[in-house]
Design a protein around this ligand. Structure first.
Ligand SMILES: Cc1ncc(C[n+]2csc(CCOP(=O)(O)OP(=O)(O)O)c2C)c(N)n1
Length: 387
C-alpha cells in the first residue's frame, strides 16, 4: 500500500477514532480511500452502527453527503487531499452555497514536503484551499482528536456548512487491522447480470508479466497506484507512461495519445477504481472510437493500493459498461493465455477495444517508480516518436 508513514507508536487506532465519530453523531460515511485511513475504513465498514458507502469520486461523495443531510442524516466525507482539489466546485457551488453540514476528514498527504512527488504541491496548498473556501478546519493531533471531532460536529451544524479536519501522518494508526475479503457481489445485482461470473485466480503481477512480454514498442499509459509499480518491476519501457498522480486520468491520457498517433496501437493499463472515477471517458472513447486504443482493466474489485477497500466493480460489470458505451470489441478474461491472445488480436484489429482482466487482490512488494515526472514525460515522448 502507498502511505507516507506506516505504523506509529501511540497513534490513535482506527477503532477509537471511529468511536469518536459515532459518539459525535456522524452516522453516514462516504468517500474515496486513502492508505492513511485504511484502518478507520475497515472499522466503519464492519460497524453495526455505521454505514460506509464507497463513492467513485470525492466530489460525488460531497454530493451524496449533502443529499444525506437533506434526508436528516449526519454525514462525513473521508477523502485524501488530492480529492479536495477534485471537490472544490462541489463544495463552492453546492455544500457552501446551500449551506449543507458535513464533516470532511481530509488526509494530508505531502505534509511538510515529505512524500512522493504527486503529493508535494497539493500538500503545500491544502490549508490554503480550505482558507480560500472560508471553510473552518482544525489539524488533528493524537492528543486532541476526540475534542477536534466534537468541535467539528458542533461547528458544522451551528454554521450550516461543511467543516474539515486535516489529518497529518502519524495521528491515526494504519496497517493494524486487516481488510475483509473482497466482497461478494451485492444481492440482487448478480441475479440481474447476464454475463457469467468471473472467478479470479491470476495475480495482477502475473497478468502484467504475460501481457508485457508480448508487447513490441507500443505506448502504454498506466493508472496510478500499484499498477504502475508492478508494471515497472516487470519491464521499465520508455514507452511506459507512469501516471503516478491524478487518479482516473489514464484512460483520458491514453485517448489523447491514441488520437495524436492513430498509426500506433496504444494501450491503457487501468484499475477498476480508476475506471470508476472517470466513467464518462468510456462514453467519450465509444463516441470518438479511436480504432487503435486497447483499454486493459486489471479488476481486483478493490482499491488495492490504499488497503483493499471494496470498489463497486464487485457489483457492476465494467465490461458491460464499456460495451454499452460503444467500444467495438469487449472481452473478459481470467487466465494469462486468454489475456495474451486477446490483447494480441486487439492490437492487430480495429477498436476501440476493452479487456476486463479479473485478477486477485494479491499485491507484489515492489518499489516506487524511481524516475522523476519530467523524466517519465521525456522518455515517453521520445519513445512514442520513435515507436
Ligand atoms: C483523487 C484521488 N483520490 C484518492 C487517491 C488515493 N488512491 C491512490 S491509488 C488508489 C486506488 C486505485 O484503485 P484501482 O484503480 O482499483 O487500482 P488498485 O489500487 O486496486 O490497483 C487510491 C484510492 C488518489 N490518488 N487520488
Amino acid at each position: 500500500m502507498t502511505g507516507p508513514a506506516p505504523r506509529a507508536e501511540g497513534a490513535v487506532s482506527g477503532a477509537r477514532f471511529a468511536g469518536f465519530l459515532l459518539e459525535a453523531g456522524f452516522d453516514l460515511f462516504t468517500g474515496v480511500p486513502c492508505s492513511m485511513i485504511e484502518d478507520l475504513i475497515v472499522e466503519l465498514e464492519s460497524s453495526p452502527h455505521a454505514s460506509y458507502l464507497p463513492a467513485v469520486r470525492e466530489d460525488a461523495a460531497v454530493g451524496l453527503a449533502g443529499g444525506a443531510w437533506l434526508g436528516e442524516r449526519r454525514p462525513a466525507v473521508l477523502l485524501q487531499n488530492s480529492g479536495l482539489g477534485t471537490s472544490l466546485n462541489a463544495l463552492a457551488s453546492f455544500s457552501l452555497m446551500y449551506g449543507l453540514p458535513a464533516l470532511l476528514l481530509v488526509t494530508w498527504r505531502g505534509h511538510e514536503g515529505r512524500d512522493a512527488p504527486e503529493h508535494l504541491l497539493t500538500g503545500e496548498i491544502t490549508p490554503h484551499l480550505l482558507e480560500l473556501l472560508d471553510l473552518p478546519y482544525r489539524v488533528l493531533s493524537r492528543e486532541s482528536a476526540a475534542a477536534d471531532v466534537a468541535w467539528a460536529a458542533g461547528e458544522t451544524e451551528a454554521r450550516l456548512a461543511p467543516v474539515a479536519l486535516l489529518l497529518p501522518p502519524g495521528v491515526l494508526a494504519t496497517g493494524e487491522v486487516a481488510a475483509g475479503e473482497a466482497p461478494p457481489s451485492a444481492p440482487g445485482v448478480a441475479a440481474r447480470a447476464t454475463r457469467p461470473p468471473l472467478t479470479p485466480s491470476l495475480s495482477r503481477l502475473a497478468a502484467l508479466r504475460a501481457v508485457v512480454k508480448d508487447l513490441d514498442r507500443e505506448p502504454v499509459v498506466h493508472a496510478n497506484g500499484y499498477i504502475c509499480r508492478e508494471s515497472f518491476s516487470v519491464a521499465d519501457r520508455p514507452q511506459n507512461f507512469y501516471m503516478i498522480g491524478s487518479m482516473g486520468l489514464a484512460s483520458s491520457i491514453g485517448l489523447g495519445v491514441a488520437l495524436a498517433r492513430p498509426d500506433l496501437p496504444t494501450l491503457v493499463f487501468d484499475g477498476d477504481g480508476n475506471v470508476l472515477m472517470n466513467l464518462g471517458t468510456l462514453a467519450q472513447v465509444g463516441a470518438v472510437a479511436p480504432p487503435n486504443l486497447v483499454h486493459v482493466v486489471f479488476d481486483n474489485s478493490v482499491y488495492g493500493s490504499t488497503g483493499n477497500q471494496r470498489s463497486l466493480s464487485a457489483s457492476v460489470r465494467l465490461d458491460a459498461l464499456a460495451e454499452a458505451a460503444g467500444y467495438r470489441r469487449v472481452a473478459a478474461v481470467t487466465d494469462a493465455d486468454a489475456l495474451v491472445e486477446t490483447v494480441r488480436a486487439m492490437r492487430r484489429s480495429d477498436g476501440p477495444h476493452f479487456v476486463l482482466v479479473k485478477v486477485t487482490t494479491e499485491e507484489a512488494s515492489v518499489p516506487r517508480i524511481p524516475h522523476t515526472p519530467p523524466e517519465i514525460r521525456d522518455r515517453f515522448r521520445a519513445g512514442v516518436r520513435t515507436a
